[in-house]
Ligand binder design. Structure first.
Ligand code: NAP
Length: 279
């Protein structure tokens, strides 16, 4: 594991850029003031990485917080995503212009294809647009989300610029060992979305048992598990207390034995959708 000591610690991306090891997620965070306030609390708590998407409809709120914070823009890693209905070369470029306008930024750090859902033709056309955006400098790094191994293989066969990350749902309850292995081999970082299982497994007795051992919460164990696997977890909360609490994951280490136990929780538990399986 790279030296990860706090929220600002970074992981190296395959294009020479680096990504802060934990991101702040804003899915299901209401547009406007709720998003703005949550991100301001997150920045105050030390997060230096935010993960939004055009389909979350809260890019403006993210932009507002970024314009208000005292934290310099260059210290904050901003990700947004291209929605399925915007796939295709021209549509993708137009969608990006809308997103960056809503964010009020000159560049985004990471732009992701939100899912492979629209099929091969549109996916590959879209990737050409992503490469164009990277070359233009308006996007520092490009990546994908919800790609299964077959989608990644299809892309790597033809792309000029490799994706730096694949953002997928991944937790002890959803191991995705095939995707993990493939991404490792190809130096693609895995970003772990819904790292807290959207709250669904936080009371699981086997997880509670491990959390008690470390005198930590179950949320801490899930975030720490992700970090120790080399993933970039993206926990979300709209509550200041939880936003702060979810940062307290750098003062302990899960033992190899307990990491193995956690890995054994895999039951292919998907919270919402799983486009990694689509054609
Ligand atoms: N690419 C994709 O397709 C995709 C899909 C899903 C998510 N994501 C990204 O990943 C991020 C995280 O995933 P997610 O939002 O689905 O879920 P998550 O982070 O796994 O869980 C969020 C849920 O857990 C609760 N929570 C947060 N901290 C807690 C704590 N310490 N104790 C108890 N409950 C806690 C939150 O409630 P409160 O907010 O009420 O505190 C919320 O209900 C998203 O925000 C988004 O950025 C990407």
């Amino acid at each position: 594991m790279a030296t990860i000591t706090g929220l600002a610690s970074k992981r190296q991306l395959n294009d020479g850029n680096a990504i802060p090891c934990v991101g702040f997620g804003v899915y299901n965070t209401k547009p406007g003031i709720q998003t703005e306030q949550a991100l301001l609390w997150a920045l105050e708590a030390g997060y230096r990485h935010v993960d939004t998407a055009s389909c979350y409809r809260n890019e403006e709120g993210v932009g507002k917080a970024l314009s208000k914070t005292q934290v310099p823009r260059s210290d904050i890693f901003v990700t947004t995503k291209l929605w399925d209905t915007d796939q295709g070369y021209e549509k993708a470029l137009a969608a990006f212009d809308k997103s960056i306008g809503k964010l009020g930024l000159d560049y985004v750090d990471l732009y992701l294809v939100h899912s492979p859902s629209p099929g091969t033709k549109l996916r590959l056309e879209t990737w050409k647009a992503m490469e164009h955006l990277k070359k233009s400098g308006k996007v520092k790094s490009i990546g994908v989300s919800n790609y299964g191994v077959h989608h990644l293989k299809e892309l790597l066969e033809v792309c000029e610029i490799k994706p730096v990350v694949n953002q997928v749902e991944i937790t002890p309850y959803l191991a995705r060992t095939d995707i993990e292995k493939f991404c490792k081999e190809h130096n693609i970082i895995l970003e772990a979305y819904s790292p807290l299982t959207m709250g669904e497994k936080l009371k699981d007795s086997a997880l509670v048992e491990i959390a008690n051992k470390y005198n930590k919460s179950t949320a801490h164990i899930l975030i720490r598990w992700s970090i120790q696997h080399g993933y970039v977890p993206l926990p979300k909360s709209v509550h200041q207390e939880r936003i702060v609490s979810n940062t307290e994951v750098f003062d302990f280490e899960i033992s190899d034995e307990d990491m193995n136990t956690l890995d054994g929780f895999d039951e292919h538990f998907v919270t919402e959708w799983d486009p990694t399986r689509y054609d």
